[in-house]
Design a protein around this ligand. Structure first.
Ligand code: PAF
Length: 280
């Protein structure tokens, strides 16, 4: 596997591959890779001749500087994992390589980017669209792989791809969970073992809510109250929404695809965890 830091070098490498008729898969990441990322990379390796994994901790999507500061940075072990998964290229640019000038572009795809995370993290999805569109323009992949763990992010990126006319396929990949049910996330590395046990309640409670037979609003309230009753957990929101547009639903008949999206603060620091579950 090659580790490349410059856009020019990456593009030279990729045009050679594309001229030889090879397909390219892109897996955008911010590093601190875990089994969830590995599943995306393995899938891309299976479906493409060349897999590029970008490792770039994108400052423009962090609205909280403390969150950016404490985000785990593990480039050496990330590259080891990518090599084991069979990726051909790790693209790890510097901030000045990606943003020689401040990125002043703005993106707006409501309601996908204005509800839930969009409402609580101003500018977050704008930063995601800035970096993802740049990566798409630089690599021009045939396919790009994203984890469904960040369910809202995929909905926003789909809107951006349709808006800007990018030609690649967006491939959503299922959430990978620990045996406890906790969704794998780079942030889990910031949890103590006890907090990890606590955090496993998030998926357990959402799963239990699937079979309660309550209305949409009652289900939201039940999940929120049940989790808030556990010491060390604090629900920021639990929203049951249309799984395509992310618009609020009022009844289970309002859309063919309905998901519940949650954000919970866990433990002392506290660490902000997100997850979701599909109702239909
Ligand atoms: O999901 C992430 O890790 C990031 O938001 C992404 C897509 C790599 C953009 O920085």
């Amino acid at each position: 596997m090659q580790t490349i830091h410059s856009i020019k070098e990456l593009q030279a490498c990729l045009s050679e591959a594309k001229n030889a008729g090879k397909s390219v898969g892109l897996v955008p990441t911010m590093g601190a890779l875990h089994e969830g990322h590995a599943s995306l990379v393995r899938r891309s390796v299976k479906e493409n001749d060349v897999t590029v994994v970008s490792i770039f901790l994108n400052p423009t999507q962090f609205n909280d500087p403390k969150d950016l500061e404490r985000y785990p940075r593990t480039l050496a072990s990330d590259c080891k994992l990518l090599e084991q998964c069979g990726a051909q290229i790790a693209f790890a640019p510097s901030v000045s390589e990606m943003y020689p000038e401040p990125d002043t572009r703005s993106f707006s795809y409501p309601p996908t980017d204005s509800v839930m995370e969009g409402a609580r993290r101003p500018g977050h999805f704008n930063g995601v669209c800035q970096i993802v569109s740049k990566l798409f323009m630089i690599t021009e992949p045939d396919r790009a792989y994203f984890g469904e763990k960040d369910f809202q992010q995929i909905c926003v990126i789909r809107r951006m791809v349709a808006d800007l006319g990018f030609k690649m396929d967006i491939v959503p990949c299922p959430v990978i969970r620990e045996a406890s049910g906790l969704a794998m996330s780079s942030r889990n590395g910031l949890l103590t073992p006890d907090e990890k046990v606590l955090a496993a309640n998030i998926y357990r409670v959402m799963k239990e809510s699937l079979s309660l037979g309550l209305s949409v609003r009652e289900t939201e309230a039940w999940v929120t109250d049940t989790l808030n009753a556990i010491e060390g957990l604090e629900v920021e929101y639990y929203s049951i929404v249309n799984g395509e547009t992310l618009a609020e639903v009022n009844s289970w008949d309002d859309a063919p695809h309905i998901v519940g999206c949650i954000t919970v603060y866990c433990g002392h620091t506290p660490i902000r965890l997100i997850d979701h579950i599909r109702y239909k």
